[in-house]
Design a protein around this ligand. Structure first.
Ligand code: SF4
Length: 367
């Protein structure tokens, strides 16, 4: 079964570190965008029966009005009724009673909240506007509506943060009683406010050793809280893995709709245009598509599979490609074993638990 990703590129503010496709826009643009998006979604109607996970991400989906959100939900109503997991990303400061009621009405089963940090100075620095109370209240409201599968996104390595700030975030996470935590490392992306400030010497980041210590501390503490570390940056309690994201990591096909969205369908990877004007005015919004050859599929299987803490399965590889993994990637595997980055344990090849922070070294072998 496939996944469906829908991109909402609007935000209330632009965060200092963010390089996602997003913008602050007028109601008029939002209205035009939603009607074009619905048109694009309907062009995939013949695949609706093959979809069992939905992810509406952004941007900030709840920066759209309830009317516009409902129009999108109506356009995928059949999919939402039958999907195993339907997730929407929300910013806590924009969660209302009516929004939760709408999500319940359209069978959303999972919400992903953008929190990033609870340190007031950091929230201000990254240009966000929530506080602890808003997070607590929004989670309570979601749970009152029976939406109990809740992820919170956090980031470590923010400027001026130290281990104490990480401890405070983790104490807060513990108090929330949520099913899933995504804890990412800050990356200084080009064309972001942070990158500009850093290049000008206006921003002080924690050093690399401290950031690595933060990662392993977060891993240990979340595991102590009962979360299963199943992907480099993702932790789930009681089996509440992100079924939609597991599709990406297991190289399963998905449809992507919206500005700058990417998809993988019928062995073709495609990408939509990233300029709003083009998206609204052009009949065809796909600007790039490429048939995935077998060798690329194999490399992707390795690169994505190694993101999973359990690693890649040699048997699964053989099932998919009718070749032996250790023969196909003999040199790459040997190099990574020599660098002590990976280990082979029966059927599984995985990154060593104490090397997960260096996973990029392994991924580079399969680019
Ligand atoms: S809310 Fe999310 S998408 Fe929007 S600017 Fe911030 S990080 Fe980027």
């Amino acid at each position: 079964m496939k996944g469906l990703y829908i991109h909402i590129p609007f935000c209330k503010n632009i965060c200092s570190y963010c390089d996602f496709p997003k913008m602050v826009s007028s109601d008029c643009i939002k209205t035009k965008y939603v009607s074009k998006l619905i048109k694009e979604i309907s062009s995939y109607k013949k695949h609706f029966k093959e979809i069992d996970t939905v992810f509406i991400g952004g941007g900030t989906p709840n920066s759209l009005s309830l009317e516009l959100l409902e129009k999108i939900f109506i356009s995928i109503d059949d999919v939402l009724k039958n999907s195993k997991e339907s997730t929407i990303e929300l910013n806590p400061e924009l969660i209302t009673y009516d929004l939760c009621a709408l999500l319940k009405k359209y069978n959303f089963t999972r919400v992903s909240l953008g929190i990033e940090s609870i340190k007031e100075e950091t929230i201000k620095l990254i240009n966000r506007s929530h506080n602890k109370k808003m997070v607590i209240d929004s989670i309570k409201l979601l749970k009152d509506f029976g939406i109990n599968n809740i992820n919170c996104d956090f980031i470590f390595g923010f400027p001026y943060e130290d281990m104490n700030d990480i401890k405070n975030n983790l104490d807060f996470i513990k108090s929330l009683d949520i099913t899933h935590v995504s804890y990412y490392s800050l990356i200084l992306e080009d064309k972001t406010v942070f990158k500009y400030q850093y290049d000008k010497g206006l921003l002080k980041l924690p050093d690399d050793d401290l950031v690595a210590d933060m990662y392993y501390y977060i891993k240990k503490e979340l595991e102590n809280m009962g979360y299963h570390h199943y992907e480099i940056s993702n932790f789930a309690k009681n089996g509440y893995y992100s079924l939609h994201n597991l599709k990406y990591w297991n190289c399963i096909e998905y449809i992507g709709c919206g500005l700058a969205a990417a998809g993988y369908l019928s062995e073709i990877r495609y990408e939509n245009c990233s300029k709003m004007k083009d998206y609204l005015e052009n009949d065809i919004v796909i600007i790039d598509s490429i048939k995935i050859e077998n060798i690329d599929k194999k490399k992707e299987f390795m690169m994505m599979g190694l993101r999973l803490v359990d690693g890649v399965s040699q048997n699964k590889y053989f099932e998919l490609f009718k070749n032996d993994l250790l023969t196909d990637f003999k040199d790459e595997i040997e190099r990574l074993l020599k660098k002590d980055i990976i280990e082979i344990n029966g059927d599984k090849i995985k990154i060593k638990p104490d090397k997960l922070f260096l996973a990029n070294v392994a991924f580079r072998e399969f680019v």
